[in-house]
Design a protein around this ligand. Structure first.
Ligand SMILES: CC(C)C[C@H](N)C(=O)NCC(=O)O
Length: 457
């Protein structure tokens, strides 16, 4: 029932009009943890500056603590309760904000990304409480509301809390990703993300393409010229310097990918395509996880409705992103993209160009030999009776690398999302099986992690 209540809140962090819902969501998460007896704080992380210069209050970050026994290990669970946009018009079969159970799958925006996994951790603590069993470790939570837009404000808070909230934390756990197949997985790497807005402004208002076409230099034509210099249709990145920065694929890594069970046909069926960019498993996994890619997401201001409006849009904004990997750096990527000098100047256009990098999240990579991974394997074995896949994630958890760099703690990603959950897409879901067994797995993990000897840190 609580998942239904949480999904009903349209906590879309990318839509400024939904900010009150997001504040409400943070209050709701805090209230739940308070009712369980946690020591809860709602931490003010300041204001967000919008591209137009206006400011807006960021959603507060919820921290909570259950237990403070110095003789026990302390884990910190990170999660987020903001979501990506969703509307029926996008092609959802059910109302995205009304959690709907169909054949054992719970459909709703944010069900898998990341409300049910956050709740599964909460239920794990509740299970110990309900059984009147002492928690084997101290458990802390840090829950944010801006993950989907780059975790604005969280880095500063982590830096400020490094010697306070994080001082006694041994391990940070993130469950905000998915398995690769039906086999449970542990995740040891994520790609980073640099997200850009490229705005081109021309005439002072939209124009009739018949009346003015052929007389003005159209912003949209300039913009398409710019986008065409980012990536070719075969996936080759055209921005100089990007491919050269990528850490080479080692033999050991190649062997790891070889050993992963992954069916290309299933993958094609899942996403509904006849052909993929690569035909071999290793190539595909490598390009999903450890090579960069460029995606063009949309053009704001362009005519995109039904019908045949014959318009010359006056101002258009392209949205594109670059998923980056070790050894790339967002600050360097920002310079490399450089569409102004690389492309725009050669167009000799009188239109105005403005490029902004609105997200600059670094990639993250962990050492799978760390005892936290051994504890994860043992918990998976106990609940699912299989050995997990050790996988990377092509998407981004912006704060993962900050946790690593600022706190110096070990980080593990323990997904419970299914491979077909449809994150960010239509009909996102979380299966009842993954939600329930995932909760059992988290309960088992708290036990396993308590067994890690203090000396092995
Ligand atoms: C599968 C991802 C790591 C889930 C995460 N919540 C996410 O969507 N991050 C933002 C992104 O664009 O990768």
């Amino acid at each position: 029932y609580i998942l239904l209540e949480w999904v009903a809140i349209e906590s879309d962090s990318s839509n400024v009009l939904k900010r009150p819902d997001l504040h409400h969501m943070m209050e709701k998460a805090a209230q739940k943890l308070r009712l369980m007896g946690g020591m809860v704080e709602l931490v003010d992380i300041g204001q967000q500056e919008l591209p137009d210069g206006q400011t807006l209050a960021l959603p507060k970050v919820v921290t909570a603590q259950f237990g403070s026994d110095p003789n026990k290990r302390t884990v910190c669970i990170y999660g987020h309760v903001d979501v990506q946009p969703a509307k029926m018009d996008d092609g959802w079969a059910t109302d995205p904000y009304n959690l709907t159970d169909i054949n054992g799958n719970l459909y709703g925006r944010g069900a898998s990304d990341n409300k049910a996994p956050v709740l599964a951790w909460i239920h794990a603590v509740e299970a110990y409480q309900a059984l009147h069993m002492e928690l084997p470790v101290n458990v802390k939570f840090i829950i944010e509301g801006m993950e989907e837009t780059g975790s604005n404000g969280l880095e500063d808070m982590i830096v400020a809390q490094r010697d306070i909230f994080f001082s006694d934390v041994d391990y940070i756990i993130i469950s905000d990703c998915g398995w690769l197949s039906r086999r449970p997985a542990l995740t040891y790497g994520t790609r980073g993300n640099c997200y850009f807005f490229a705005e081109i402004e021309g005439p002072k208002q939209d124009l009739h393409s018949g009346v003015y076409g052929g007389t003005v230099i159209e912003p949209m034509t300039d913009l398409i010229g710019i986008l065409d210099t980012l990536i070719d249709p075969n996936g080759k990145i055209l921005i100089p310097g990007i491919r050269e920065a990528v850490a080479p694929l080692s033999d050991e890594e190649w062997k790891m990918y070889q050993d992963i069970q992954f069916d290309l046909e299933n993958y094609k069926n899942k996403i509904g395509v006849d052909q993929l960019m690569y035909n071999s498993k290793v190539d595909l996994l490598a390009h999903m996880w450890r090579y960069p890619t460029v995606s063009i997401h949309g053009i704001q201001g362009a005519f995109s409705d039904h019908g045949t409006k014959t318009v010359i849009p006056a101002k258009v904004v392209a949205k594109f992103s670059i998923r980056q990997v070790p050894n790339m750096d967002p600050a360097v990527v920002k310079k490399q993209v450089n569409v102004k000098n690389r492309t725009f100047l050669s167009l000799k256009s009188p239109n105005k160009l403005k490029v902004t990098m609105v997200i600059g999240a670094k990639p993250w990579l962990a050492d799978t030999q760390d005892p936290v991974f051994e504890a994860g394997k043992a918990a998976i074995k106990r609940v699912f009776n299989v050995d997990p896949d050790l996988i990377r994630e092509g998407a981004t958890i912006p704060i993962a690398r900050t946790f690593q760099d600022v706190t110096g703690k070990s980080i593990i990603m323990m997904p419970i999302g299914g491979f077909d959950d449809g994150l960010h897409s239509q009909n996102e879901k979380m299966s009842r099986y993954n939600y329930i067994e995932g909760t059992k797995y988290f309960i088992a993990y708290l036990h396993e992690v308590s067994l890690i000897k203090k000396t092995s840190v």
